[in-house]
Design a protein around this ligand. Structure first.
Ligand SMILES: [Zn+2]
Length: 301
C-alpha cells in the first residue's frame, strides 16, 4: 500500500486486488479513518450459489437523538406538568424498536443506551464500526404551529429541500456544538465536505429508497397522506458509510402526538412499522446488485 500526498490531495494506492475499504469520521479531534480489509470475492462462491447477502443477518444501527444535557425539543405537557423531552422520547422509541427488530432476526446496535450526551460524528462512527447495513437517526419534530403532525423522513443533501427542512437541520445540527468557536465550525465544515465525497455520497440512492419506504409506512401508521420524503444537511448522516435516514417520528409540539410518544402502545406500533419497512427495504436491496463506488481517475464526478 502506498499513500501519495500531492498539494491538497491524498491518494491511497492498494497493491492487492479484492480489497474492501470503509471510510468514516471520528470527532475530537476531527479525523478520517480508512479501514482496509480483504473483500469476500464473488468468484469464491460456488457457481450457481445464491448471493450470501440475502441470508446474512442485517445490522441496523439506531441513533436516539440528543441525550444528556442536550435535551432536544420539549413538549408542552398536560395541564402545566413538565413536557416530554425529545431525548427521552427518542431513547424509549429506539429501545422498543430494538426489541422488535431483534425478535425479527436483526442485529441492532444503539448509538446510546442511556441518557448520555454523544457527539454527532461519534454516532456515525458507531454505525461504521458496527458495519451497519442501515442507519436510522430517531428524532421528534417541533413546530410553532401546534397542529403540525405526522412523520417526516429525511436523507442527506448539502442543500435542503425547503426552508422548513433547512431550519430543522440547523436546529438538529446544533447538538454537540456548544461552546464551539467559528474556527472549529469551519474545520468541521471542511471535514464534512470531504466526507460527503467519501462516505454517505455513495449510498444516496439506497438512502432515498429506504426513506421512501419508511415515510409511506409511517404515513399509514399516523393516517396522513400529505408528507413526503425531504432532504437536508443533517450532520449526523454525513459520515455514515451505509444507507442512512433521519426520522422525525412525530411532533412533540403537538399535544396529541406528545401523548402518543409517551405511550408504550404507540412505541410498539412504531417499532412494528419500522420492522416492516426494513423487511421490505432489504428484500428489494438484496435483489439488486450493489453499484460499486468508482470515482473517475481525474477526481471529477
Ligand atoms: Zn432532534
Amino acid at each position: 500500500m502506498r499513500l501519495n500526498i500531492r498539494g491538497g490531495e491524498a491518494a491511497i494506492a492498494l497493491a492487492d486486488k479484492d480489497l474492501a475499504s470503509n471510510v468514516y469520521a471520528l470527532g475530537t479531534p476531527p479525523r478520517i479513518v480508512v479501514d482496509i480489509s480483504r473483500a469476500v470475492s464473488g468468484a469464491a462462491r460456488a457457481p450457481g450459489a445464491a448471493p450470501a447477502a440475502s441470508s446474512r443477518q442485517k445490522t441496523v444501527v439506531l441513533d436516539p437523538g440528543h441525550g444528556g444535557n442536550e435535551e432536544g425539543a420539549r413538549g408542552e405537557g398536560a395541564r402545566g406538568a413538565g413536557g416530554l423531552l425529545e431525548k427521552d422520547a427518542t431513547l424509549a422509541l429506539a429501545k422498543s424498536m430494538q426489541e422488535v427488530l431483534v425478535r425479527r432476526g436483526y442485529r441492532v446496535v444503539l448509538t446510546r443506551t442511556t441518557d448520555a450526551s454523544v457527539g454527532l460524528e461519534d454516532r456515525a462512527a458507531t454505525a461504521n464500526a458496527a458495519k451497519a447495513d442501515v442507519f436510522l437517526s430517531i428524532h421528534c419534530n417541533a413546530s410553532k404551529a401546534p397542529t403540525a403532525h405526522g412523520t417526516e423522513v429525511f436523507y442527506l443533501s448539502l442543500d435542503a429541500s425547503d426552508r422548513a427542512a433547512a431550519a430543522l437541520a440547523e436546529s438538529e445540527n446544533r447538538a454537540g456544538l456548544s461552546g464551539s468557536s467559528t474556527e472549529k465550525n469551519a474545520a468541521l465544515r471542511d471535514l464534512d465536505l470531504i466526507l460527503w465525497d467519501l462516505a454517505q455520497n455513495q449510498h444516496l440512492a439506497a438512502s432515498a429508497r429506504l426513506a421512501e419506504i419508511v415515510q409511506a409506512d409511517f404515513n399509514r401508521l399516523l393516517k396522513i397522506t400529505t408528507r413526503g420524503v425531504k432532504q437536508a444537511p443533517f450532520r449526523v448522516l454525513i459520515g455514515v458509510n451505509a444507507p442512512a435516514v433521519l426520522v422525525e417520528v412525530a411532533f412533540i409540539s403537538n399535544p396529541d402526538e406528545e401523548k402518543l410518544l409517551s405511550s408504550e402502545e404507540f412505541r410498539r406500533q412504531t417499532a412494528e412499522t419500522l420492522a416492516g419497512s426494513l423487511d421490505q427495504y432489504f428484500r428489494k436491496a438484496d435483489a439488486v446488485a450493489p453499484v460499486p463506488y468508482a470515482p473517475k481517475p481525474d477526481g471529477k464526478r
